[in-house]
Design a binder for this molecule. Structure first.
Ligand code: FES
Ligand code: FE
Length: 425
């Protein structure tokens, strides 16, 4: 039978024990939990909506979804970026129905009210006739959405009381700098979008700290000789910070997989410690709570080690369904040929046709399917997240709680710890 909100919170407190490594299966298959998650997580935290380089020129705009609601992101004539709720302030029509474009004026398809790309209502058809010239346009501008940027990454929130984005990201910024702040970065093309029949948390959980699956799920790459041996995915560090953020850092790497020409630019943008991490980097996979994952990975193409950088969102569109939106990044000042090879290496590995992507999404789908409905709830089925609980953190040159190899589930426990904090607030 239906539980009240308070009963659900009590039940979560009783059954979800991240510190002990116990996570119940019903978290991926219960509608009440999903609805509460929308309210307590997605309407409360900062959620990624896009990158500044996607609206590079004055007048550029794009429509995105922020936790289930359509928003318009614009760059106005003063070069300022805004976000608005995509709803006409007259009677609620969706103002803009295009994915992207360039214009300074948005005209509503219902009665023709016109809004400037800074949100001002500037045109009302026949207003002298219809309102006796008395409509107060200054009170009818588009609803502003709170938007903040970190190194070009745009995040929005519906929560007026959310802490500043930089505080929410906290120490994790140190690692994000290496991903998107090491040089001037730009998004290549439009983001890829595809639907996977998976609960969004399976994606975040996998990227926040699961290197353990690599040798099995992606075992074919070892068999093909693309990596030295089956346990290569263990070497490196697992790191997490406050607010559920975490990453796995693969290292060492004898080859520099970034464009040599950009070494000076990297050194200008990074601290010496961050640069040291970059120059020894094999790969870097992590998740910004709740659902923004990132990835730097390396592929050998024609004897050259090429890195590719991408971020992706696991956008919930149902209990057992998510839209994956993936943005590929390149260094703006990299040689054209390098950019092309980097893109090829991304498409070969992570993209709907990529070898890793297809491996992963099969697993995500099956985990989600097995967690649906009342049975996992009645039988109290749980997952085991105890890996590495016997281990102590180590010193590291970057911030966060660090373990000296990647085979632990400390990051997943940290993810669910913060998830619980929000859910039970
Ligand atoms: Fe937009 Fe009326 S709803 S002009
Ligand atoms: Fe994987």
């Amino acid at each position: 039978e239906e539980m009240s909100k308070e009963q659900v919170i009590n039940y979560l407190n009783e059954t979800v024990k991240p510190k002990e490594g116990v996570i119940p299966a019903y978290l991926l298959g219960d509608q009440t939990v999903y609805d509460l998650e929308h309210e307590k997580v997605f309407l409360k935290t900062w959620v990624f909506v896009g990158h500044e380089s996607e609206v590079p020129h004055k007048g550029d705009f794009m429509t995105r979804e922020l936790s289930g609601y359509s928003i318009i992101i614009t760059r106005d004539s003063n070069d300022e970026i805004h976000a608005f709720y995509n709803m006409c302030t007259h009677r609620g029509m969706k103002l803009c129905r295009a994915d992207k474009g360039n214009k300074s004026l948005f005209t509503c398809p219902y009665h023709g009210f016109s809004f400037k790309n800074n949100g001002d209502l500037v045109g009302v058809p026949l207003q002298k006739d219809t309102y006796g010239g008395k409509i107060d346009r200054s009170k009818m501008g588009l609803h502003q959405v709170r938007l903040e940027s970190y190194k070009g990454l745009l995040f929005g929130t519906w929560n007026d009381h959310a802490e500043p984005l930089e505080d929410f990201l906290g120490d994790f910024r140190w690692y994000l700098d290496i991903v998107v702040g090491r040089a001037e970065m730009e998004v290549v093309g439009a983001p890829q979008r595809f639907v996977v029949h998976s609960n969004w948390k399976v994606g975040s959980d996998n990227f926040v700290g699961d290197s353990y699956h690599t040798m099995v799920t992606h075992g074919s790459i070892a068999k093909l000789g693309m990596v030295p041996n089956a346990t290569y995915s263990k070497r490196g560090f697992q790191i997490h910070t406050e607010n559920g953020h975490g990453l796995n850092l693969g290292t060492p790497n004898p080859d520099f997989a970034f464009p040599e020409e950009l070494k000076d630019e990297y050194k200008r943008n990074l601290s010496p410690e961050q640069y040291e991490v970059l120059s020894n980097l094999k790969n870097m996979i992590g998740n910004v709570f709740p659902n923004l994952s990132f990835l730097i990975s390396h592929t050998k193409i024609k004897d050259h080690l090429i890195s590719n950088t991408s971020i992706r969102m696991w956008r919930p569109i149902g209990l057992n369904k998510m839209e994956v939106i993936a943005w590929m990044f390149v260094e703006k000042n990299a040689p054209k040929e390098w950019k092309e090879r980097s893109r090829d290496s991304f498409i070969l590995t992570f993209s709907p046709s990529g070898i890793f992507e297809q491996d992963d999404t099969e697993v995500f789908t099956d985990i989600t399917e097995a967690a649906q409905g009342a049975m996992p709830f009645q039988k109290k089925l749980t997952y085991n997240y105890t890996m590495g609980m016997h281990r102590e953190p180590v010193e590291f040159i970057g911030p966060g709680v660090t373990y000296d190899d990647k085979f632990t589930e400390a990051n997943q426990r940290n993810f669910y710890k913060y998830w619980m904090e929000l859910m039970t607030k």
